[in-house]
Design a protein around this ligand. Structure first.
Ligand code: DC
Length: 234
């Protein structure tokens, strides 16, 4: 199976590019953040402190997480229930970030992620895919852009959702989050030694997808790529 890991800090456009790439190639886009969000919501719904490692450890045997792909779209089920947009609220984001720093939670989600990548060609978007989950992935992209470019994109995204935000505040918070994510003790959000760094400060989505495909061709060879469904459309 072909495994493409796409990682990087917030606002670098990982999910947008990974989704577009997977669609073009006709392969599965895996949003691993959704798994951490689901565990976070499971903890919140039981009234747990999402930073309490012992509480999370005792929660894990009670939950079953199932990832399904329906019409090419990923859905995550918690004990048989699709939580939908409940994993996208600000509370869920914070809960996901908290539980993702707990080693037992990362260990719990490891097999789920690896199983998906064993059964499907994947474009997997996350924080520790190239370093921990799929260390042998032949294509690892660490997508970055200048803090200013990322903050500009994030500011536009939030304003499109109707939120009144100041660019300066978004930039400051983004810099703080970057430092925290890349500095955490377990599975820090850092590039794998064999990752290709892709700075897309001056590229749009199509340009970034093209740059990823150029890396894929170099790493996998044209033949393998040509065999992949849908590539002729690119
Ligand atoms: O990508 P996202 O915003 O949906 O991720 C939610 C949180 O989960 C984020 O704070 C970091 C964490 N996460 C992680 O630690 N490892 C991953 N592979 C994916 C997400």
């Amino acid at each position: 199976m072909i495994q493409i890991a796409i990682e990087g800090p917030g606002g670098a456009g990982k999910s947008t590019v990974a989704k577009a790439l997977a669609k073009s190639l006709g392969i599965v886009y895996v949003d691993t953040g959704a798994l951490y969000r689901t565990v976070g919501v499971a903890a919140l719904s039981r009234g747990l402190d999402t930073k309490d490692a012992a509480a999370l450890e005792s929660l894990l045997p009670e939950i079953e997480i199932d990832v399904r792909f329906e019409n090419g779209v990923q859905s995550v089920y918690l004990n048989g229930e699709n939580l939908g947009d409940r994993i996208r609220t600000p509370e869920a984001s914070m809960a996901a970030s908290n539980v993702s720093a707990i080693p037992a939670v990362r260990a719990f989600l490891l097999d789920t992620q690896r199983r998906i990548a064993q059964k499907n060609h994947v474009v997997m978007d996350g924080r520790d895919i190239g370093t921990v989950i799929l260390p042998d992935a032949p294509v690892k992209i660490f997508m970055t852009a200048s803090p200013e470019a990322r903050a500009r994109r994030r500011t536009l995204e939030l304003r499109e959702k109707g939120m009144e935000v100041r660019y300066e505040d978004v930039l400051r918070e983004m810099n703080e989050r970057d430092a925290q994510d890349s500095g955490r003790a377990i599975a820090p959000a850092i590039p794998a030694a064999d990752a290709v760094m892709l700075d897309n400060s001056d590229l749009d989505i199509d340009g970034t997808v093209d740059a990823v495909i150029a890396v894929m061709k170099e790493k996998l060879g044209e033949d393998v790529i040509d065999e992949m469904k849908g590539l002729s459309k690119l």
